[in-house]
Design a protein around this ligand. Sequence first.
Ligand code: UD1
Length: 353
Amino acid sequence: MRVVTIVGARPQFVKAAALSRVLRRAHTEVLVHTGQHYDHAMSQVFFDELGIEPPEINLGVGSGRHGEQTGAMLAGLERVLDEQRPDWVLVYGDTNSTLAAGLAASKLGLPVAHVEAGLRSFNRAMPEEINRVLVDHLSTMLLCPSQTAVENLAAEGIRQGIHVVGDVMLDALLHARDCAAVRSDVLPRLGVRAGAYVVATVHRAENTDEPARLFDILKALGASDVPVVFPVHPRTRQVLERTSYALPASMRLSMPLGYLDMVALVASARAVVTDSGGLQKEAYWLGVPCITVRTETEWVETVHAGWNRVVGTDAGAIASALAAVERPAARPPLYGEPGAAERCVRVLEAAAA
Ligand code: UD1
């Protein structure tokens, strides 16, 4: 089986690492990087740490407005896919790279397999929601992490090609966790003690394009009684620099962290405050309570299990959630058992045969 995998943004490198490892044991994979993320700390560090083979093709598209960026990827991917003509085009998640890949492949009549299919925030103001809805409708194979995802697809009339495989991020996390414990010195490097700090990340357009919203989140974090480690996404850093915002003294800023450092940091945190999707689940799997600074989440199961609170961006609401943070007694396997990467490959093999 010949597979072209298309990645471009940070979370996709993590997911692809888990799946490529299994796929390449018996099949041919051509890895294409769109170049959506290009800083060393946003891209190369993941390839180095997770042992991902260098991409066979890098389109070097870079940043831009949505239309400009997605359009450039679409043109580049169409050329690549027309040359490669694989059995499957494998795409991950909900970024502009995912959408461009899905569109380019489906217009060429190539079957698309979507990992992390069926997730919905039901908020069409999010670019990611547009991307995931469209890609699900273009995909031949929908690889879902949960039953909720299957129900979301059914509600939109998608009933064919659906497989519940679990979550490949769990495979990536388990692979990294032991390694992170040995190899990461992130706690002493950032001057924090296990159990006595909070990890915060904020990068979504909805929270950074409107600086007042970002400042509300930072104000709440500044009121924390323990240090807050804040690895800053380049988009967020630009807003902080442009507005010359004076960060609260309790906050420890860092560059975006590599995967091993991030896993080590989250594993020993008292709590996580984030607008990231992946981090909500990583916190859950590592047994750390999460506070989500959005108005909704795609990962509703973590909320129902009591490990994640969706509080919006009001400073008072975030501060009270932080003060009241606690670990529920139970942590059921919400997104399946480990082995999602193997299950994905088996499903693709069976369909390609
Ligand atoms: C993208 C995804 C989002 C995902 C996130 C992970 C879309 C619509 N969104 O958001 O779902 O959670 O990746 O990080 O695809 N920048 C740099 N260096 C880089 C990359 C970006 O400086 O290597 C800056 C640029 O100013 C850029 C901005 O960050 O304009 C935003 O980057 P972009 O790739 O457009 O989206 P993300 O916010 O990273």
